[in-house]
Design a protein around this ligand. Structure first.
Ligand code: NAD
Length: 438
């Protein structure tokens, strides 16, 4: 297997291509990112020194609309990672039938080592560096790992200063007072919850008898843990970058979230009013969490968590990928052969970009929606596309991941073909329309 995330991501296309009638021209286009920008960001530190930080923005494809994708702050960010994330965004937007292409940004930095002022200077510096590359009709930013609404607000503000016009639609996931959408902060988790809920009857899952382990207790993982616990599921294990906790009879997720918010540490607690007490539990490493004998495993941290190194340890019956790319293609084959059903990232975590789309629509129309409307529209999209992917998987006898790529490729291929194919120029044949619903 190649060490490149992008090359590995591309192998998913190979499996899907056999099942779609899409022109060679379209496939050739989708194998390469359209544009990749690499920038050096000068940041004035609190002690007066100057640090140069590496940043990236990649627009993978914009055939179906402006690029759309988050910005990640992490010490391990590389151009290869950002290109892979932009690739996934391209397919995710097509799976959800959003009028966007795929893009992504990243900054190679440990944000935990920066003061708040340094973080603000870095975020504004990043926008200064990429301002000509983005825009509400060109490429739209959003939060990702270790970036949040406040950072999105600074980015939108900086872009507006540069353009000398208020441009809320250039960034989504903003604070509500700056044009953010209600429900955006919990959209990824809520979307994932709708996927699980709509698939539960097909998988014979009864919440109170269904055990769940979640890796990553951040914006996506923690909110999803709470939604699942509220619906009666038994969330028995959770973890963050420091390690995890396990309790056979289930964890009290609302108490743990509250405790983590005030103390920054993950503890198995039960809280009554303001008093939290530690309850019986076991400590786990992240490797142990991934190997738990549970019904559902939810990777919600970073990519490449399940690889050929540890895939044989996985004992869950179902995996719902909330993180982007948590399973590499080699591990995918093993999971498939073991009959472990994997619900892919480009469907499961697409709630975030879907509500980002709603936010962009609201910014451009100037009309703001109530929570119920956001929720209802999100549910409709997530359920509809989940059911569609499930039926493609059954019909073609392929994995759910391949089915999701087939679904996306049909839509992408149709858009790419509409610009003309070899067959059209040589033989005058109008490209055929595919069967995916629009
Ligand atoms: P976040 O920064 O809020 O949380 C990340 C969590 O992962 C934290 O709890 C962190 O401690 C934990 N973590 C980091 N390294 C870890 C490790 N090695 N082992 C276990 N846990 C580790 O990020 P997030 O927004 O929750 O994103 C999580 C994943 O979901 C990412 O892959 C992201 O691309 C994906 N995603 C997020 C969104 C969104 O809207 N937030 C949308 C789509 C996809």
């Amino acid at each position: 297997m190649s060490d490149s995330l992008l090359v590995d991501a591309g192998t998913r296309l190979q499996a899907a291509m056999k099942h779609v009638s899409i022109s060679e021209d379209a496939i050739a286009r989708l194998k390469h990112p359209k544009m990749s920008l690499s920038v050096s960001i000068p940041v004035r530190m609190d002690d007066g020194s100057l640090t140069i930080v590496q940043g990236y923005r990649v627009r993978y494809d914009d055939t179906r609309g402006p690029g759309k994708g988050g910005v990640r702050y992490h010490p391990n960010v590389t151009l290869d990672e950002v290109q892979s994330l932009a690739f996934w965004m391209t397919f995710k937007c097509a799976v959800l039938n959003l009028p966007f292409g795929g893009a992504k940004g990243g900054v190679t930095v440990n944000p935990k080592a920066l003061s708040k002022l340094e973080l603000e200077r870095l975020s504004r510096g990043y926008i200064d560096a990429i301002a000509d590359f983005i825009g509400p009709d060109v490429d739209i930013l959003a939060p990702d790992v270790y970036t949040n609404a406040m950072i999105m607000g600074w980015m939108m503000d900086q872009y507006s200063i540069i353009r000398r016009q208020i441009s809320p639609a250039v960034v989504t996931g903003k604070p509500i007072t700056m044009g953010g959408s209600v429900g955006r902060d919990v959209a990824t988790a809520t979307g994932a919850y709708f996927v699980i809920e709509s698939m539960a009857p097909k998988l014979d899952l009864i919440p109170q008898y269904t055990t769940i382990a979640i890796q990553g207790f951040g914006k996506a993982g923690a909110v999803l843990a709470e939604l699942l616990a509220k619906a009666g599921y038994k969330v028995v294990a959770i973890s963050d970058s420091q390690g995890g906790i396990y309790a056979k009879k289930g964890l009290d997720i609302p108490s743990i979230r509250r405790y983590k918010m005030s103390s920054q540490s993950l503890q198995a607690v039960y809280c009554q009013d303001t008093v939290c007490n530690i309850v019986e539990h076991e400590q786990l490493t992240n490797a142990e969490l991934l190997a738990l004998d549970v019904d559902i495993l939810i990777p919600a941290a970073l990519e490449n968590q399940i690889t050929q190194e540890n895939v044989n340890d996985v004992r869950a019956r179902y995996i719902f990928e909330v993180a982007n790319g948590p399973i590499n293609s080699e591990a995918d084959k093993v999971l498939d052969s073991k009959g472990i059903l994997v619900f892919p990232d480009i469907l499961v975590n697409a709630g975030g970009v879907t509500v980002s789309y709603f936010e962009w629509v609201q910014n451009r129309s100037g009309l703001y929606w109530k929570m119920a409307k956001v929720h209802e529209n999100l549910k409709q999209k997530m359920v509809e596309e989940s059911q569609y992917i499930w039926s493609i998987a059954k019909e073609l006898a392929v994995s759910l991941r391949t089915a999701a790529y087939v679904h996306a490729l049909n839509r992408l291929g149709e858009a790419l073909n509409a610009k003309g194919t070899r067959d059209y120029y040589v033989n005058g044949r109008i490209p055929a329309l595919n069967s995916s619903p629009n």
